[in-house]
Design a protein around this ligand. Structure first.
Ligand code: GDP
Length: 362
């Protein structure tokens, strides 16, 4: 499955967050490099629709979609030159499909900041600079070979690749990540895929705030502006760690007391899933209600293939009711009677929340 790498400076709350995410009770330690081995956790994607559907269908169990989080060792200045755990850090991050930066915004005299004081903007720049430098190194190494190949083969693709790599180099030299700067520079990141550039991955940001800052709209707006167009999630990692110890109802009460409807962890997983370019469709019956993971833009046969390759090969059609229609009508039979059940063929592009039954030959 696809994974999100959690990165950030030491002591910003990465382990606290990761442990809360995976309900792993390994202790979060108060010193740099506490997380030396990357930890991988599989996390269920929260989706209130599953509960509702399982009631309609009388399902015996619910199976949510899952995704992976990898807790990657803390980055420090000079990581791109092998400082700290530099090389290991870069290798781990290269394997992740998206990057979640945890940025410290909480104040706590008992928790040292590697650079002396709490400054979210500076920290984001420190991390991005290391990732940008690593990408520039990758490009400097690859470019002579790519240029030579393009010259000898004179193929269009090779030339387009060299062109894209040179444009990427320019963006990076200006101190901009490819995620933030590629579109404006007219670079198609698909073309650059084979270089496995770090800053070409989708980014999202978690700001780890003090409890009393959670409702501070002015601060949130300022932090959001620092990272746009990336998604920003605001939470207090310490509170998140406490919330998972509570029964659901008490947790919700506590959250609402802080003016929140959804826990930070839940937001992180939900938004992270979208950042990976993924969406779900749903199946439901007496045995189970289940969310299946597909990439955004997947066709109906591709969606069927996630259940079984035979379903894709033998795909005939899919009977689809949207989740909202199904809930409004109360059952598939009523949805059919109301003309809300659609028969879709092999060119149908799946939509989020489609409740599906596939028809296929075996
Ligand atoms: P990492 O090095 O980024 O993995 O950071 P840790 O998760 O190990 O956290 C470092 C220290 O900061 C620990 O003592 C945590 O208890 C503390 N910490 C983490 N999140 C918060 C927070 O939101 N508020 C406060 N006050 N302390 C936190």
């Amino acid at each position: 499955s696809l994974s999100i790498g959690i990165v950030g400076l030491p002591n910003v709350g990465k382990s606290t967050l990761f442990n809360a995410l995976t309900k792993n009770d390994a202790l979060a330690a108060n010193y740099p490099f506490a997380t030396i081995e990357p930890n991988v956790g599989v996390v269920g994607v929260p989706d209130p629709r599953l509960e509702r559907l399982s009631k309609i269908f009388g399902s015996a169990k619910i199976i949510p979609a899952t995704m992976e989080f990898v807790d990657i060792a803390g980055i420090v200045k000079g990581a791109s030159e092998g400082q700290g755990l530099g090389n290991k850090f870069l290798a781990n991050i290269r394997e992740a499909n998206a990057i979640c930066q945890v940025i410290r915004a909480f104040d706590d005299p008992d928790v040292t900041h590697v650079d002396g004081d709490v400054a979210p903007g500076r920290d984001i720049e420190t991390i991005n600079t290391e990732l940008i430098l690593a990408d520039l190194q990758t490009i400097e190494k690859a470019l002579p070979r790519l240029e030579k190949e393009a010259r000898t083969k004179k193929d269009k693709e090779g030339l387009a690749l060299v062109d894209a790599v040179q444009s990427a180099q320019k963006v990076l030299n200006e101190g901009t990540t490819l995620f933030a700067g590629a579109a404006a520079a007219g670079i198609d990141l698909e073309v650059l895929r084979e270089l496995h550039l770090l800053t070409a991955k989708p980014f999202l940001y978690v700001f780890n705030l003090d409890e009393d800052e959670l409702g501070d709209e002015e601060l949130r707006g300022r932090l959001r502006d620092l990272v746009a167009p990336a998604e920003a999630i605001f939470l207090d990692a310490k509170i998140e760690a406490e919330l998972i110890e509570l029964p659901d109802e008490e947790a919700l009460e506590l959250l609402q007391g802080m003016g929140q409807e959804e826990s930070g962890l839940s937001q992180l997983v939900r938004i992270g899933f979208g950042t990976l370019g993924l969406q779900t469709y749903l199946t439901a019956g007496p045995k189970e209600t289940r969310a299946w993971t597909i990439r955004k833009g997947a066709s109906a046969p591709e969606a069927a293939g996630v259940i079984h390759t035979d379903f894709q090969r033998g795909f005939i059609k899919a009977e689809i009711v949207s989740y909202d229609d199904l809930v409004a009508e109360g059952s598939v039979a009523s949805a059919r009677a109301a003309g809300k059940a659609r028969m879709e063929g092999k060119d149908y592009v799946m939509r989020d929340g489609d409740v599906v039954e596939f028809r296929f030959n075996v």
